[in-house]
Design a protein around this ligand. Structure first.
Ligand SMILES: C[S@@+](CC[C@H](N)C(=O)[O-])C[C@H]1O[C@@H](n2cnc3c(N)ncnc32)[C@H](O)[C@@H]1O
Length: 442
């Protein structure tokens, strides 16, 4: 069915979607989570105000980092916020089709790399573990395609609450928190198929090796710096205590240039810069250029066109970012043009809309197969509703974008063998990248 080193062709993709995955489960209830612990957290406000009193106003990046990932009171560290009863819902929680198609993308990139014997699946910010679970099910269904490749799973997750949920989803009771000497892995486990799963706090700690990385709604949670242009030049936006209102925070402008405002603004129109996201992208680039593999980043974002996107979410509603810090998610659109500038020694593809990516990956064929296998009308309606949520331009279809990072060799024309006098046009064309190119059915 698949030849060595070949790209996953369109008819192969169609077969794979129709035949191999036919037994996958459906539907997933929209929410299986326990209610998020959404109460305001006074200790977070107290922590922030005492920090500001002792050091002066803090950057938006520091505010976001403390609110989201402070090891004791951080929003991600304490909460399970995903699902209908939480603060927001994400694509992998909406439909299994999302993770299945990413599973197919991973196999496609593994095949394009020439079927390496070992492959690491690395997910950054895995939430409840649903995406990796759907990916692994596809890999299991397609084990005949994967041959004897040895697969391991590496999860980068800062939250102990969410890592416990991921462990439950992926390993059942087959995981344990590691002892001190085993750092930087803080949890280990095995899937029912015997794949090893390891948890880390930072991407820098994931072992080197051929890896396909997935980051779905991860970059938008990383801290951003905000800047405003003034007659005296760029000034950083900071968070201060409001002197006129008790226990309230407010935005102020730094009186002078800050280190961030002098080093991070690369182009005039940038007013939000996610330096931490840039560091992660640089690290992914290094891993991919040195050891091969790929990264797929899916998030809401823009290509350097938007300015003020910092916002909060609580109970599926917009929430003031400075009110009850620690009780709501804080997020900012991902600037893909900035990520592209941070990449080095790799090729970047996209961003393309979620609608285009999933359509190119064959979501319509997959939907038809699942519809045929739906046991009742209610399940069919649920399936169609989820499809529309993922795909409709007015819902997630246009707002969410896919961005790929690949080895340079993946998109360059291979060099002709020495001695062959071929002109450039006769060299084999680079293989298309699934999802970013429309695959035509033969
Ligand atoms: C918005 S949720 C997305 C979850 C999941 N990918 C999904 O789409 O359902 C962000 C995820 O990234 C994790 N996270 C946020 N900041 C992080 C950081 N600095 N390092 C590692 N994980 C982080 C959160 O704990 C959570 O699992």
């Amino acid at each position: 069915m698949f030849s060595r080193g070949s790209h996953l062709g369109s008819s192969q993709l169609q077969n794979l979607l129709q035949i191999k995955l036919i037994f996958l489960r459906w539907p997933r209830p929209l929410c299986t989570c326990s209610p998020a612990e959404n109460k305001p957290h006074p200790s977070m406000l107290k922590h922030l105000t005492s920090k500001i009193k002792s050091t002066g106003p803090i950057s938006v990046a520091e505010y976001m980092r403390e609110v989201l990932t402070n090891p004791v009171t951080g929003y991600y560290v304490r909460n399970n916020m995903l699902g209908v009863e939480g603060d927001f819902i994400t694509s992998p929680e909406i439909s299994q089709m999302f993770g299945e198609l990413i599973g197919v993308w991973i196999i496609s990139e593994w095949m394009a790399a020439g079927h390496p014997e070992q492959v690491q699946i690395v997910e950054l910010g895995p939430g409840k573990g649903s995406l990796t679970k759907d990916i692994l099910r596809v890999l299991h269904q397609l084990r005949s395609v994967m041959g004897g490749a040895s697969v391991s799973v590496h999860l980068v997750e800062v939250s102990p609450v969410l890592s416990a949920l991921q462990a439950q989803a992926l390993t059942g009771s087959e995981s344990h928190v590691t002892t001190e000497g085993e750092e930087p892995v803080y949890r280990r486990g095995n899937t029912p198929d015997g794949l090893q799963v390891s948890w880390y706090k930072r991407i820098q700690d994931v072992p080197p090796g051929f890896s396909v990385h997935v980051a779905q709604e991860f970059f938008d949670a990383l801290p951003i710096h905000k800047f405003q242009k003034t007659p005296r030049g760029w000034r950083e936006v900071l968070v201060d205590i409001d002197p006129d209102r008790d226990e309230q925070l407010r935005f102020v402008l730094s009186p002078n240039a800050t280190l961030a405002s002098t080093t991070l603004i690369q182009r005039r129109e940038h007013v939000e810069v996610c330096a931490e996201g840039g560091v992660v992208l640089q690290h992914l680039s290094k891993r991919i250029s040195e050891r091969g593999g790929a990264a797929l980043i899916a998030d809401y974002g823009h290509d350097g066109t938007k300015t003020d996107t910092f916002r909060g979410f609580k109970d599926h509603q917009l929430h003031d970012v400075l009110t009850s810090p620690g009780s709501a998610d804080l997020t900012a659109d991902v600037d893909f043009s900035y990520l592209r500038r941070c990449a080095g020694g790799v090729a970047c593809v996209g961003p393309v809309s979620q609608n285009s990516f999933l359509r190119n990956m064959g979501i319509d064929a997959r939907l038809q197969v699942l519809l045929k296998n739906c046991p009742d009308l209610a399940s069919r309606c649920q399936l169609l509703r989820s499809y529309h949520t993922l795909m409709d331009p007015g819902q997630m279809g246009e707002r969410f974008q896919f961005f790929g990072v690949l080895p340079l060799s993946r998109v360059q024309r291979p060099r002709p063998q020495t001695g062959l006098n071929l002109d450039k046009t006769q060299r084999p064309a680079p293989l298309p990248v699934a999802g970013f190119t429309e695959l035509k059915y033969a």
